[in-house]
Design a binder for this molecule. Structure first.
Ligand code: RFL
Ligand code: PHB
Length: 391
């Protein structure tokens, strides 16, 4: 088999890249460890920056997002028992975010790929191996249904997430990693109940962080900070709702509608960056190269911008016979990645209860939040980062 670009991973990065390349007439094959239903079953991101919305439009898959996505002009910060609105639209000169689940983005991209008749090889397990990406003729090998296959290609795009094979295949002498692990996780619940508020609520409380998010007017996504030692089985629905209520203001507590969970999971929080993001003809994109804690809602959006830079670089290579985009890919991505890493780390540090900082830490967070909501300059810095920095 031969293709121009072999893409490892059919998460949002891989599917988006495949679609952008296809639109530019560049042939690609996606190879995915899991089945399509498994990929769609992972409940993850919910907030899209304008950059991500524009990219989905560019791929021709934006119609349902514009119909069903919820445009949000602000967020609410809850601390010391009361809520304060950050008017992102006003503070950024008219920018918004769109609340539309990663599951739906993935669904729309998978449907488009299927409709165009493009090849995605699912269910290859851990069989993928990458070869000769330091030469002009890279190859990808995998096993499907007991049969060994080889793809010859011009480039390999490693879009296979944090646990993928691509970063692990890079020569360790050329790879530098930076990591911060946080001493807590997020317990998330998805439920078919109307959201408690029409905007997202980020809560700092003495019991720990909470987030009220949503997927639609009838489906809510809630999170509470939990110790890393907690197991999801310990948390009954009742226990979750009781804990969430304790972290809300009286009005939200009163109006919260509870119901059976349709998904419940605990995610650990991590900041991670691998440098560089290119090794010869192998490129890393999205979670394969970097992880942010979810507090700033940046993971999927960063993945989308990596893919924008990568598709532009590959299009430049094929159409203009120029290697400038390819040569600058890693540097361009990392400038943006580190800004999002900084923002996500800062917002996480501001909103969560840290086991080692005690009551002093809580008071300092409350003072910073008080300053933040009272200062237009500080609110603007939050709003600019939340809606997404320019490309
Ligand atoms: P993914 O989604 O992990 O997809 C990688 C794909 O590669 C496959 N794979 C392999 N395929 C072949 N061979 C191998 N050896 C393979 N190894 C792995 C995997 O099966 C998978 O299908 O990475 P990608 O595409 O880079 O996308 C990144 C996003 O998924 C991630 O950044 C976001 O979900 C992060 N995130 C959020 N991002 C936002 O922008 N806004 C949010 O509101 C937001 N909320 C969140 C989040 C992540 C969360 N969790 C659970 C980590 C909320 C949570 C709770
Ligand atoms: C979500 O809806 O899952 C979500 C929203 C905002 C975040 C993180 C997750 O910061």
């Amino acid at each position: 088999m031969r293709t121009q670009v072999a893409i490892i991973g059919a998460g949002p990065s891989g599917l988006l890249l495949g679609q952008l390349l296809y639109k530019a007439g560049i042939d690609n094959i996606i190879i995915e460890r899991q089945g399509a239903q498994y990929v769609l079953g992972r409940i993850r991101a919910g907030v899209l920056e304008q950059v991500a919305v524009d990219l989905l439009d560019e791929c021709g898959v934006g119609a349902r997002m514009h119909r069903e996505g919820l445009v949000h002009e602000g967020i609410e910060l809850l601390f010391k028992g009361s809520r304060h609105r950050i008017d992102m639209h006003d503070l950024t000169g008219g920018k918004n975010v769109t609340v539309y689940g990663q599951t739906e983005v993935t669904h729309d991209l998978m449907d488009a790929r299927k409709a165009e008749g493009l090849t995605t090889v699912y269910d290859v397990g851990d069989s993928v191996t990458l070869h000769d990406f330091d030469s002009a003729n890279p190859r990808v090998r995998y096993v499907k249904d007991g049969l060994a296959h080889e793809i010859e290609c011009d480039f390999i795009a490693g879009c296979d997430g944090y646990h993928g094979v691509s970063r692990a295949s890079a020569p360790s002498s050329a790879l530098r990693t930076y990591e911060k692990v946080y001493p807590f996780g997020w317990l998330g619940v998805l439920a078919d109940v109307p959201p408690v508020s029409h905007e997202l609520i980020y809560a700092n409380t003495e019991r720990g962080f909470a987030l009220c998010s949503m997927r639609s007017h009838t489906r809510s996504r809630y999170y509470v900070q939990v110790p890393l030692t907690d197991h999801v089985e310990q948390w009954t629905d009742d226990a979750f709702w009781s804990e969430l209520k304790l972290r809300l203001d009286p009005q939200a507590r009163e109006s919260l509608v509870t119901g059976p969970s349709i998904e419940k999971s605990i995610a650990p929080l991590r900041s991670f960056v691998a440098e560089p993001m290119r090794f010869g003809r192998l490129f890393l994109a999205g979670d394969a190269a970097h992880i942010v804690p979810p507090t700033g809602a940046k993971g999927l959006n960063l993945a989308a911008t990596d893919v924008k830079y990568l598709s532009s670089a590959l299009i430049e290579h094929y159409k203009d016979k120029s290697s400038a985009g390819i040569d600058h890919y890693s540097e361009k991505c990392l400038r943006r990645v580190w800004k999002a890493e900084r923002f996500s780390w800062w917002f996480t540090s501001l909103m969560h209860k840290f086991p080692d900082t005690g009551e002093f830490g809580q008071k300092v967070q409350e003072a910073e939040l008080d300053y933040l909501v009272g200062s237009r300059a500080a609110s603007t810095a939050l709003a600019e980062n939340y809606v997404g920095l320019p490309l």
